[in-house]
Design a protein around this ligand. Sequence first.
Ligand code: HEC
Length: 129
Amino acid sequence: MKILMILAVLAAAPAFAGDTSPADLLARYSAESGTPADPSRGQALFTAAHGGGKPDTPSCTTCHTMDPTKPGQARTGKAIEPMAPSANPARFTEIAKVEKWFGRNCNSVLGRDCTAAEKADVIAWLNTL
Ligand code: HEC
């Protein structure tokens, strides 16, 4: 009985531990885009004021701050955990979460979806921090 319970816990574990990693996502998005990721392009995209999206969210840094190793703040004032995997190991470990927030946030800031190349660039930069 005990062994069955342990097996059940082990089987359920991946759902909590996540289904990907920053390196895996970087490889996937780079392959999808067909170009190598560029951390400096990722930094530029993340830190620039864009326009085209919602007026109160001109930049990724509006919520995630200029220093992604530090916590950010949502428009509601709710704290956002750091974006850099070095400061927050839960980052970029769950494909559905990553896709959901890239979708939502790129549209808020840029007024469109981010391309696979842009996603790869942002992750490549965050991985260097
Ligand atoms: C309006 C505030 C806001 C802005 C602007 C914003 N984000 Fe976010 N972002 C959030 C919130 C809230 C979450 C979810 C909470 C969390 O994951 O801590 C999040 C999560 C994410 C995640 C999920 C990462 C993971 O694996 O956990 C990604 C990727 C992301 N944001 C990318 C971006 C990018 C790229 C931009 C700029 C184009 C951006 N965000 C702009 C608020 C924002």
